[in-house]
Design a protein around this ligand. Structure first.
Ligand SMILES: Cc1cc2nc3c(=O)[nH]c(=O)nc-3n(C[C@H](O)[C@H](O)[C@H](O)COP(=O)(O)OP(=O)(O)OC[C@H]3O[C@@H](n4cnc5c(N)ncnc54)[C@H](O)[C@@H]3O)c2cc1C
Length: 283
């Protein structure tokens, strides 16, 4: 199908993008990589009167270390994250996840900010930002605010980003010494979206897990942090026994999705399998 007609404007600053959004009263959309928005426009699930291209706003790009955090600009592409030496060294699950998103075209155009704002329940980034303890920075008509990744995803394709807001950056705390992280995913064979994706960050004190955060995507209508699985690991050695206990505890009490790709039971099973794989990677 073909999208309905729309106007197009390239914004040169975050302030301009916000004022264009405000002046169109809910009838404008930000355009980042276009890899989620354009397909929905072609299917006429979205028919904005104006597309505001934010991809050339320089302040929204790049990856840098600042005040104990790694700051990733919203318009940083999946490819740029996959190629980042800083993230490979300090937060490797970001690089691992970026490498398994879609195909090379998707990775070249798609952005982390666009993905987080879109909040597809099968997208990879939500699990990773949750497990990393990131804060998401949002600019709106009333100024800037930050939202914990745990609170950012509010439901099916919904987030803390308001109608006239721009998601500007992701702030990832530099993990403490002794930390390691990984991302394990079962991709839908055609689209590569996650049937189940599991991001894990562990901090070890000697041979015991002193801290641990686990984010899941693909399992429920929004990505979530799995505190039951985390509790099964904290204070324990990373052994076959503790890994199995975490896998048994995961996705408990969660409203699990069921669709033509995977039933509820199968998704729950996959959540355990991919948590185990992630933890085995970190042993
Ligand atoms: C064939 C295919 C395979 C894919 N496979 C995967 C996969 O395996 N894993 C995965 O995670 N994703 C996958 N994707 C999705 C891809 O990662 C998209 O790039 C991503 O979901 C959206 O990013 P974007 O930059 O393209 O955003 P856009 O499509 O431009 O925008 C998406 C939405 O976010 C809004 N938005 C964009 N930027 C901002 C911002 N800064 N602030 C506020 N709102 C904003 C837009 O208005 C729009 O509503 C796939 C896509 C395709 C087409």
């Amino acid at each position: 199908m073909v999208a309905t007609s729309f106007d197009y404007q390239k914004a040169t600053s975050v302030e301009q993008a916000i004022s264009l959004l405000q002046s169109h009263d809910g009838d404008a959309k930000l355009l980042a990589g276009g890899h989620s928005l354009i397909p929905t426009m072609k299917l006429r699930l979205n028919s904005p009167a104006l597309l505001i291209d934010v991809s050339k706003i320089e302040e929204l790009r790049g990856i840098r270390e600042e005040d104990g955090h790694i700051v990733i600009g919203a318009m940083t592409t999946h490819y740029e994250i996959a190629s980042s030496d800083l993230l490979a060294k300090k937060a490797p699950m970001f690089v691992e996840a970026a490498k398994v998103i879609g195909d090379i075209q998707v990775r070249n155009k798609g952005t982390i900010g666009g993905s987080l704002a879109h909040a597809d329940p099968a997208a990879d980034w939500p699990a990773v930002v949750i497990a990393s303890g990131a804060k998401i920075k949002i600019h709106g008509p009333d100024g800037a605010r930050t939202v914990d990744a745990d609170d950012f995803f509010t439901g099916f394709y919904t987030t803390a980003v308001g109608e006239n807001d721009v998601l500007t950056s992701i702030h990832v705390p530099v993990p403490p010494k002794g930390s390691k992280s990984t991302y394990a995913k079962f991709p839908q064979p055609a689209s590569r979206y996650a049937l189940v994706g599991c991001a894990v960050q562990l901090t070890m004190d000697g041979n015991k897990v002193s801290d641990c955060s686990i984010g899941f995507t693909g399992v429920s209508d929004a990505a979530f942090r799995d505190s039951n699985a985390e509790a099964a690991l904290k204070g324990k050695e990373l052994s076959g026994e503790s890994i199995q206990a975490a896998a048994d505890a995961c996705a408990d009490g969660v409203d699990i999705m069921s669709d033509h790709f995977a039933s509820e039971d199968y998704r729950k099973h996959l959540a355990g399998v991919f948590l185990k794989r992630a933890l085995e990677n970190l042993k």
